[in-house]
Design a protein around this ligand. Structure first.
Ligand code: NDP
Length: 287
């Protein structure tokens, strides 16, 4: 019945909703946890030092957010290992200790293991909305870290076709080549790439995985682009991307459920407790 300790490491970190989310999960699971925000200077050595101190102090698990997901990946790669999803995403959002290594006498700092639950959190949220993924014609706009992490989980969910559109189209084609070399599930999926304003035709699901909402600019969307469902990974503000497709009759969702979805998977990974996400999403939205 000891209190289990968790942190989320980021810079900035004050805005993070993770402590609130995980505290609700713990109440649902009936376990005692302490989950804190951990600021870290923006360099790899500081990150490694923060993580080591945390796990040496008996910490159970850590979440990693902007700008450390790639740094965390590199840390785990040279220590306790990476899950398939972390490998393909090239990024880690969930840290834990590799128990098998610890049991065989590996020091704590060398047993650091990384997973990535962001993409599966997205797929679980889309599924909970009742949007069919099986056989779906899916388009992702964006070719950065968030898009990259979503590709394998979407393909594993059984989607039909995948198109990746990006302002800089070469980043989308490079991403597809790189991921196809890293995963046979991805190399076996036919993936089309184009620029954002070239993306046109009828889709089932379009996902905005760009960071455009932060700048106040809007995406140059083609008039001949239509979708049944539109998903924006962003949340917490008015999203012109969703307004555009809502006006054309699509169902829409922001990315708050993705945030809760990735948190639930991290929590399950650390504690072994499954979480009813819908119950806690209602509680969080009510606040
Ligand atoms: P990156 O910086 O890695 O990628 C940014 C992407 O946005 C690139 O494809 C870039 O295109 C595109 N972009 C940026 N500005 C513009 C613009 N003005 N016009 C067109 N395209 C633009 O960011 P991430 O992938 O890490 O994050 C993307 C978003 O996803 C963020 O807003 C983040 O908040 C959200 N996110 C949400 C999560 C959740 O749990 N809900 C989890 C993770 C991320 P180009 O290549 O041409 O530069």
């Amino acid at each position: 019945f000891m209190t289990q300790h968790f942190i989320v490491i980021g810079n900035p970190i004050a805005h993070s909703k993770s402590p609130e989310i995980h505290t609700l999960f713990a109440a649902q699971a009936g376990i005692d946890i302490r989950y804190q925000r951990q600021y870290c200077p923006d360099d790899a050595a500081s990150f490694a030092a923060v993580v080591e101190a945390f796990f040496h102090g008996g910490g159970v698990g850590a979440n990693v957010t902007v700008p450390f997901k790639q740094v965390a990946y590199a840390c785990c790669q040279s220590r306790g290992g990476l899950s398939e999803h972390a490998k393909v995403a090239g990024a880690v959002n969930t840290l834990l200790l590799n128990k098998a290594l610890l049991n065989s006498g590996t020091p704590i700092a060398e047993a650091l293991y990384g997973d990535n639950t962001d993409g599966q959190g997205l797929v679980n949220h889309i599924t909970s909305l009742g949007w069919p993924l099986d056989g779906a014609r899916v388009a992702i706009i964006g070719a950065g870290g968030a898009a990259r992490g979503a590709i394998l989980p979407l393909i594993q969910s059984g989607i039909g076709t995948l198109t990746i559109a990006n302002r800089t189209v070469s980043k989308a084609t490079d991403l597809v080549s790189e991921l196809s070399a890293a995963s046979t599930s991805i190399s076996q999926q036919h993936i089309t790439t184009c620029t954002t304003n070239e993306l046109s035709g009828q889709f089932d699901i379009i996902i905005n995985a760009t960071s455009i909402g932060l700048s106040g600019e809007t995406l140059p969307l083609n008039d001949a682009l239509n979708t049944r469902y539109a998903y924006d990974m962003m949340y917490g503000r008015t999203l012109p991307f969703l307004e555009h497709f809502s006006a054309r009759g699509a169902q829409t969702s922001d990315g708050y459920g993705m945030l809760i979805g990735q948190a639930a998977l991290s929590f399950e990974r650390w504690t072994g407790h499954s979480i009813d996400v819908v119950q806690d999403t209602k509680a969080l939205n009510a606040k």
